[in-house]
Design a protein around this ligand. Sequence first.
Ligand SMILES: NC(=O)c1ccc[n+]([C@@H]2O[C@H](COP(=O)([O-])OP(=O)(O)OC[C@H]3O[C@@H](n4cnc5c(N)ncnc54)[C@H](OP(=O)(O)O)[C@@H]3O)[C@@H](O)[C@H]2O)c1
Length: 220
Amino acid sequence: MSIVLITGASRGIGAACARRFARDGHRLALLARPSPGLLALADELGALAIECDLADEAQIHAALDTVELSLGPVDVLVNNAGIVHRHTVQGHATADWDHVMAVNLRAPFLLARGVLPGMLARGAGRILNVSSISATSGTPGLSAYCASKAGLLGLTRALAAEVKAAGVVVVAVSPGSVETDMLVGSGFAPDMSPEDVAEFIAFLAAAPKAVTGASVEVFG
Ligand SMILES: NC(=O)c1ccc[n+]([C@@H]2O[C@H](COP(=O)([O-])OP(=O)(O)OC[C@H]3O[C@@H](n4cnc5c(N)ncnc54)[C@H](OP(=O)(O)O)[C@@H]3O)[C@@H](O)[C@H]2O)c1
């Protein structure tokens, strides 16, 4: 039984991860901005709901404090939350660019930094970052998203190398098109369900340590 913190757990891939990890009997902290969906899922799974806007650093620190006080130190961090702003580079407002970077890239860094002291002290822990095939494919109108997801791969590899000797595993998963709210209006047909991705993330949470630093593309 591990303590698992999942971000973006109010719907989509994050909610599917919550259900998948709950099946294995883990204690869960489900993080998203306040919504009835988040509270209902936490209630259904007997999980801790953490209402937090990942664009706000102070809220992230408060969220980590709440998780540790309520459940204990985090064993598995699933950095799943993500957003898209669809604009060409020429039409992209700076504030929108910064918002995508804050949620998709800075928040995973802040959360990883926050949970690492406990993981390093215990010589164990997993940080699973949900990137995207957009990290390497380059999709028109998604420059901030593509850049943030490519940055997440860089963070994954650098952090994995930093903490490998201490027994902490850091991995990225890069899905193709998944049937969630995010895909609506993208023009892409779904390759797989949120449950398919959640199954793979659960697999990574238990995979041999040699997987650390990997970035695995999944297409269904
Ligand atoms: N769907 C795809 O085709 C696809 C493909 C590749 C990668 N991905 C990645 O998979 C991850 C999950 O995406 P999804 O498809 O499940 O998307 P989704 O259905 O739109 O869910 C996104 C989740 O992120 C949360 N979130 C967004 N902004 C937040 C913020 N500021 N603070 C806290 N939580 C926030 C949302 O919760 P609230 O809005 O309730 O706060 C929601 O739970 C993302 O990182 C995405 O980039 C998706």
